[in-house]
Ligand binder design. Structure first.
Ligand code: E4P
Length: 221
């Protein structure tokens, strides 16, 4: 399973990338708006840091705007994936740019049927937003289960990219279902590393080591 970071913050991406944990990055207009600097420069810098796919989203809503922005974003780096929203215009724009070899991550997917249409239009990635579905009392992971099943039933090339991840349990569930990718805020990836028994276990090892060193000065490493 691939793990992506859902952020436009280069420092946080670098920190986790140094541990070899970052297979790719997803951004969206809200995430980019939180960072200082020019959008295209931010995308270029992330693409340089991370070898894997980096999603950058269009903000136009008409077919013409989405196609124009999509081409522009795709020209920034070879690992850019253009994010387009699942609207009728977005589907049409996806069809056009994918025929030209540009990869699309279709975003704001809240039902398996939307995901199916995105895949039919040519999207390489479909992004169901599970946390936002959970927020309104649905079971977001059900959409992921359905999409993975549909993909497998028909041997579709599309990758199921689980978005709007809120906690480590979401990542675990997505992995058990067989989703291709989970994208998460850096804090979620950091929480995945942690366990209180790791902290207390390490403390006990080090305390025992110190005690033994004091009573048996011959121990050295
Ligand atoms: C995915 O690609 C989106 O950027 C993201 O996961 C949205 O998550 P949110 O619901 O936390 O904004």
């Amino acid at each position: 399973m691939k793990l992506f970071l859902d952020t436009a913050n280069l420092a946080q991406i670098k920190k986790l990338n140094q541990m070899g944990l970052v297979d790719g990055v997803t951004t969206n207009p809200s995430l980019v708006a939180k960072e200082a600097g020019d959008f295209e420069e931010i995308v270029r810098a992330i693409c340089k840091e991370v070898r894997g796919d980096v999603s950058a989203e269009v903000v136009g809503t008409s077919y013409e705007e989405m196609v124009g922005e999509g081409k522009r974003l795709a020209s920034l780096a070879p690992n850019v994936v253009v994010k387009m929203p699942i609207t009728p215009e977005g589907l049409k724009a996806t069809r056009t740019v994918t025929l030209e070899g540009i990869r699309v991550n279709m975003t704001l997917i809240f039902s398996a049927n939307q995901g199916l249409l995105a895949a039919k239009a040519g999207a390489s990635f479909v992004s169901p937003f599970i946390g936002r579905l959970d927020d309104i009392g649905h079971r977001g992971m059900e959409v992921v289960e359905d999409l993975v099943k549909i993909r497998d039933n028909y041997g579709m090339k599309v990758e199921v990219l689980v978005g709007s991840v809120r906690h480590p349990q979401h990542v675990l569930e997505a992995a058990k279902i067989g989703a291709d990718i989970a994208t998460m805020p850096p804090e979620v990836m950091e929480r995945m590393m942690q366990h209180p028994l790791t902290d207390s276990g390490l403390k006990r090892f080090l305390d025992d080591w110190q005690k033994a060193k004091q009573s048996k000065p011959a121990i050295s490493r």
